[in-house]
Structure formats: C-alpha cells, structure tokens
Design a protein around this ligand. Structure first.
Ligand code: ADP
Length: 363
C-alpha cells in the first residue's frame, strides 16, 4: 500500500503541477497575447507557488521513499572533477546577478569514486543552493579531499552563519532558522534532513561547522567505494525462463520496467540481458554479444546520449541496432546520434517485438 501510495502521489501531484508550471510560463512569455502588469504579477505568483509546491512534493517523496526502504543505491564509477564541472553548469543560473562567487576547487589528486553519483550530486546541490541563499557577498567554495578511504566534500560559504543552538535542529524535518534572509528565500526545511538520510544510505555522514556572521561549512563524507547495502533487493537474477534466445541488452534503471521487458521477451526468439546502469551495460556487452539494445534515455545521473553515440561510433558495435524507449521526447537527437528506432514510454509488447524482429531481420 505504501508503494502504491507513493507512486500515485508522485503521479497525481507531479503531473498537474508540471502542467501548471508550463502553462504559467507560456502566459508569462506572452505566447497567447499580452498581459497587463497586474496579470503578469498574478501569473508569476502562480508560477512561484507551483514551483514551491513541486519542490515540497519532491522532497517529501524522496524522504518517504527512503523511509520505506524504496530507494536503491546505484553505484557507478565516476570522476569527482567531472561531477564538479557538471554541478558548475547546473548551478550557474542560481548565480545570476549575485555578488557571490561560486568556486569549485580542483581535487589535489584525481578522485575516482564508485558510489551513487546522482545522490551525491543531490546532496551537494542542496548544500550549494542553501549556501547561495544565505550568502549575500563573498564566496561559496566547493572542495573534495581524500582522507584514507573516505572522501570529504565541503561546501564553505561566507554567509550569515548559524547559531550553535540551531546546528542540530536544522537537520530535523521542517526546521528553519529565523533570520533576516529567511523571508526572502524559498524553502521547506526538508533539504538538510534529506541530505542526512541520503548520506547515510551511501554509508557516509554529514556535518556542519558554523559561526554567526562568519559563514558555514556543510560537509558530506563518503566511502571512496560504496558497498552494496544489506537488505537491498538482489539484482535481477537470470531467469530460467529467459532461455537461450538471441540476447537483447536492456539498459533501464527502473526495476519494474525491466521486469516488464523481460516478460515481453519470454517465449519469443529473444532473451533479455538486463543492465541497470551504463557500467553494467558495458560489462554485459563484453560478456554477451547482443543482437539489439533497448536503451532508456533517462538513466539516473548518467549520460546515455554519450553512450549511444560512442556505441554507434565503434566499429565493433555500430551494426547492433539500438532502440530508444524513453520518457523524453527527443526523437531527432536520438536519430542523429545513430538510434535505429525511437519510442515514447509506455511501449506495447507487440510494438517492441515487431521492431526487434525487423531490426534483426527476423520474419
Ligand atoms: P530549506 O533550505 O528548504 O529551508 P534546509 O533543510 O535545506 O531547508 O535548510 C534548513 C534551514 O537551515 C534553512 O532554512 C536555513 O535557515 C538554515 N541553513 C541551511 N543552510 C544554511 C547556510 N549555508 N547558511 C545559513 N543558514 C543555513
């Protein structure tokens, strides 16, 4: 019931919220004609409220999912310097017009981690956006240092700081500190509790050092190599029923969608080889010789576009048809990078099989 509630809630809330936001944006951009200045103010208010609500729903869902044990850890190998440059790009819009400099320190030694990059990125984005909210002038500095087999990420700011009395409390849900900037900034008081829970999921912890008037340093310390957690659902075992058909590599991070594809391929000339990340896909491709690939474009925190164009640029792989099944509509980009077919989710069994057979020249 809990998981049904969560998935309904995410669908029932997020979808209408995103259409409210998209429509409000259209109005503000005058796509449907001029607005009076009073109307513009009202539409901007609708937009801001919808954005606040969407943020609240996202955070609540994330927290509830963690509590229900529904969050999977998806470790991948990644380079911290690359993560920093992605974050720099993502957070640039928050800096517009600010008198604050956002600095990413290049790690002193190359840092290659094996952890859930998307979750680490979520924690750091939260720290950095808080730091930017509560710093009027000066800088926000992001760094990473290797300490034995741990990596400590620190986000240091020259902002208003936090009184010691509140330094524990702000990691509790819905707590905010009364200060002169609080009224001006958006927020729900759920970001830091979420960071704490995410860090614990990754086998690490968060900490804070701060002094009022001098600034704050929020840190997250994680193992260089994240261990698979106990109690996590086991990865998909090969099923006897997958049989010995032609291997089709399915790259999809959602467990239930993988199950669905696998059932689509049962009793057909094909057999599912499942990968939940690009890293797993690489391992699987090395082990099996897939006759086709089904690729999800929204793998968490991973660049499936780049992977697609690499596969299509490789002499050994380019002949293998790649079918994209995705939630994002970017058909043209997919084809220009070499995809052989493109579908929006959800895809029907007949559609998928027909396409696979055509791609593999089976009648
Ligand atoms: P939100 O930012 O949505 O209010 P958080 O849980 O992320 O929720 O933060 C809780 C509160 O902690 C903030 O509202 C703010 O009062 C305080 N806080 C967080 N980061 C900083 C910071 N870098 N400097 C000063 N205060 C901060």
């Amino acid at each position: 019931m809990k998981s049904r509630f969560l998935s309904n809630m995410s669908h029932e809330f997020r979808t209408p919220l995103s259409s409210i936001r998209a429509l409000a944006r259209l109005l503000v951009e005058r796509a449907d004609g001029e607005l009076t200045s009073e109307q513009e103010k009202q539409v901007l208010f609708i937009l801001k409220s919808a954005e606040g609500l969407a943020e609240l729903v996202d955070d609540l869902l994330d927290l509830a999912k963690i509590e229900a044990g529904k969050v999977d850890i998806r470790p991948i190998k990644f380079d911290v310097a690359e993560l920093f440059s992605a974050l720099r790009g993502m957070l640039r819009p928050l800096l517009a017009g600010a008198r604050v400099e956002l600095i990413f320190d290049e790690p002193a030694v190359p840092l290659h981690m094996y952890s859930d990059e998307a979750k680490l990125s979520q924690i750091l984005r939260n720290f950095i956006s808080n730091a930017l909210k509560f710093t009027e002038a000066g800088h926000v500095r992001v760094s990473a240092t290797l300490q034995g087999n741990l990596v400590r990420f620190a986000v240091e700011d020259t902002g208003i700081g936090i009184d010691e009395a509140y330094q524990q409390e702000i990691f509790e849900e819905f707590s905010q500190v009364e200060n002169r900037l609080q009224q001006r900034v958006k927020g729900t008081g759920l970001g830091l509790p979420l960071c704490r829970k995410l860090a614990a999921l990754l086998g690490g912890s968060v900490s804070l050092r701060s002094a009022p008037g001098q600034g704050s340093t929020f840190s997250v310390t994680l193992p260089l190599q994240c261990e698979q957690r106990h109690g996590e659902a086991p990865d998909l075992e090969p099923e006897a029923a997958d049989g010995d058909g032609l291997p089709v590599l399915i790259v999809e991070d959602d467990r239930s969608t993988l199950m669905l594809y696998r059932s689509f391929l049962r009793n057909t000339p094909f057999r599912a080889v499942c990968a939940r990340s690009l890293w797993e896909a690489e391992q699987a491709w090395a082990g099996e010789k897939p006759v086709a690939v089904i690729l999800d474009l929204c793998l968490q925190g991973e660049d499936s576009w780049r992977w697609l164009s690499q596969a299509k640029g490789s002499e050994q792989r380019k002949h293998v048809p790649v079918l994209i099944v995705s939630e994002i509509s970017d058909r043209q980009k997919a084809f220009s990078l070499g995809a052989d077919a493109y579908f929006n989710k959800p895809i029907l069994r007949e559609e998928l099989l027909a396409q696979l057979k055509a791609a593999c020249h089976l009648s």
